[in-house]
Write a protein that binds this ligand. Structure first.
Ligand SMILES: [Cu+2]
Length: 151
């Protein structure tokens, strides 16, 4: 099943590449050649990677979390992930004005009004225990702080 699908994709890409090469040959004098060539290289490269089945070796999954903020707490106080994970956090504000800050990974949302949300994404490239918090004055000390554990 998978092999058939892969074969189908390879055939389609091969036909597309052959078509582009054919068009290029017909337009040798055209300056558009330089513009058409690079995407062709990229296409054949990605087929190579796919046919090697490389995706099973690298964890390219995005680990998604949703955190809602209200005065004065985050509904998810602790997130645990693995080093090297790509993390996507959708931060929602249900009441008041809040943001989401995680200094060590350069993450900072805008200050959101009620009903707004913002998604931030980062790579957990260091192990440890880190604190995320709301940077609106007084909110962190009132309880708007949580923990991100990178194992
Ligand atoms: Cu806040």
């Amino acid at each position: 099943m998978n092999n058939k699908l892969l074969l189908g994709i390879v055939v389609i890409v091969a036909v597309a590449v052959a078509g582009i090469l054919f068009i290029n040959r017909g337009n040798q004098a055209s300056p558009a050649d330089d513009l058409v060539q690079p995407p062709t290289d990229e296409t054949s490269k990605s087929v190579e990677e796919a046919s090697q089945g490389g995706e099973s070796l690298v964890d390219e999954e995005v680990h998604e979390f949703t955190i809602s903020a209200s005065p004065f707490k985050f509904d998810v106080p602790k997130i645990t992930i693995k080093e090297g994970d790509t993390v996507s956090i959708t931060f929602k504000n249900t009441q008041g004005t809040h943001d989401f800050v995680l200094d060590e990974f350069g993450v900072k949302t805008k200050r959101l009004a009620v009903g707004e949300e913002e998604t931030v994404e980062f790579m957990a490239d260091q192990k440890g225990t880190f604190n995320f918090y709301c940077s609106v004055p007084g909110h962190r000390s009132s309880g708007m702080e949580g923990t991100l554990v990178v194992e």
